[in-house]
Structure formats: C-alpha cells, structure tokens
Design a binder for this molecule. Structure first.
Ligand code: SF4
Ligand code: SF4
Length: 244
C-alpha cells in the first residue's frame, strides 16, 4: 500500500537518513501544491475529514469525493474532487482550512511511504521515498530531519496505524492479482470503510456477529467507537471477499 499524493517515484531513503525540508506560509510556493494533484482519501482520512466538516458521509462522498479503481490493485480508490480550476476545495489564501484533519497524502509529503505486511504478529515493513516536486521550495530550507521525525512532526502515527490495519484487506494473502469488484461488492466496500453511518445498522443487526464470526464484546466496542467500527469493517470485508 502506498501513502502518497504522487505515486511511488523518488529516491528511497536509507534508514535514519536525514534530509532538509520545511513548509511554511511566506514561502513563494505556499499553497501551490494544493492543486493539480491526486489526493487519495484512505478510510481513516475520510473519517477525520467527515468529523472536521461535520457532514453526513453521503454528503461528503457526493460533494467532495471521486471514485476510481486503483490502476495497480483494482481496489476502489477515493480521492478529493478538485474544483474546475484543479484546486483542492479545502485550500484558502491562508492555507489548508482542514489542516488539523488533512489526509495522509498531505501529511506525508515531501515523502511517500510504501508499506506491506510482514507476517502474523510482526510490524508491517515500510520504506520512505523522497518526492521532490518541481517548484517546491521546502527542500531549500535549513531544517534537517529524518523520516521518523517527519512522522512525529506531521501527526502521522495515528493515520499510519489506521492505514496499516487496512493491510489485512488491501494486501490480504488470498488476493491474487488485480481485484475486480462488482457493483454490489463496491457498495459494501464503500459502506464498511467510508459510509460508517450505513455500516453501523448492519453491524448492529440481529445475527450479524454469529454469521460473520464477531463476538458480542467486539461488536459492542465497534458500535461505541467509530475507529473500532472501521476496523470491524476491514475485517468484515476480508471475511466476505477472502473468507477471513
Ligand atoms: S514548501 Fe512545498 S509543500 Fe510547502 S507550500 Fe511550498 S510547494 Fe507546498
Ligand atoms: S487537504 Fe489541505 S493540505 Fe491537502 S491539498 Fe487540500 S488544502 Fe492542501
């Protein structure tokens, strides 16, 4: 799985390798990077944005999101719908209007992270790459740090933990090649990972736990906490699509 707004190009960072980068208002390039970009929305990105904007999931999906199939994996891929001028709808003259809730791709830049499962009970394996974009003056700044420091500075840890959980589905060991979901399966994918308002009544319905192998404690936890509900959605889809 790739966390990036610009694919997986760029030079791989060695573990602990330091780089010079800083982004701030006042740079001549300020805000120019919030346009003409693919801005992927992973499930936790969507949840945070939905809470920030205080919108129903269906409205956020309709007004601000585009859906396509990921060209490599085939999974449905959601991204922020740019304006007709090719600009992110959340950018203002002062910067990002949803900054505390900006998605993974905006936090991780100027890096990209590629992550894959490492086996049962082991932390996923990750690599970071430099994503040098023409016109970005951040690379000329004096501040020096490594990927771990960038992750801390950008508040990425909770996003990456949630994204890592999705590996159980996105990189399921039973997946063979490109995924091809029909309309009904795509609807289930969107409901369980994005439209939690639609998934919650399904998870609460009589017989759901027995049918899909979730005990009462797990269901209670999920129904009380949206982040747990999202994890339940990941596991439910893994069961539905791959048998567990
Ligand atoms: S420094 Fe780079 S990331 Fe920051 S505003 Fe400029 S172009 Fe965007
Ligand atoms: S969400 Fe914020 S940081 Fe990301 S592209 Fe939009 S305005 Fe820029």
């Amino acid at each position: 799985m790739i966390e990036s707004g610009g694919g997986l190009g760029g030079r791989r960072l060695a573990p602990g390798e330091r780089f010079r980068f800083a982004c701030r208002p006042g740079l001549a390039c300020f805000n120019t990077c919030c346009r003409d970009k693919r801005l992927p929305l992973l499930p936790y990105d969507f949840l945070r944005l939905r809470r920030a904007l205080e919108l129903p999931a269906v409205q956020l999906l309709t007004d601000y999101v585009e859906l396509e199939a990921d060209p490599v994996s085939g999974w449905p891929a959601l991204r922020i719908k740019l304006t007709e001028q090719g600009v992110c709808p959340f950018v203002t003259d002062q910067g990002c209007s949803v900054y505390p809730h900006r998605p993974t791709c905006c936090r991780v830049y100027p890096l990209a992270r590629a992550v894959r499962p490492a086996g049962p009970g082991r932390e996923p394996r990750e690599i970071f790459l430099r994503q040098e974009t023409p016109g970005c003056l951040g690379w000329d700044q004096p501040e020096e740090l490594d990927a771990a420091a960038w992750v801390r500075q950008q508040g990425l840890a909770e996003y990456q933990a949630a994204n890592n959980y999705c590996l159980r589905l996105f990189m399921h060991p039973a997946r063979r090649g490109e995924v091809s979901l029909d309309e009904r399966q795509t609807h289930a994918f969107i409901s369980a990972l994005y439209n939690l308002e639609a998934f919650r009544p399904l998870a609460a319905s009589p017989g759901f736990g027995e049918r899909f192998g979730f005990d009462g404690d797990r269901l209670d936890l999920a129904l009380a906490d949206e982040q747990e509900l999202l994890k339940l959605g990941v596991d439910w889809l893994a069961g539905v699509f791959f048998g567990g």
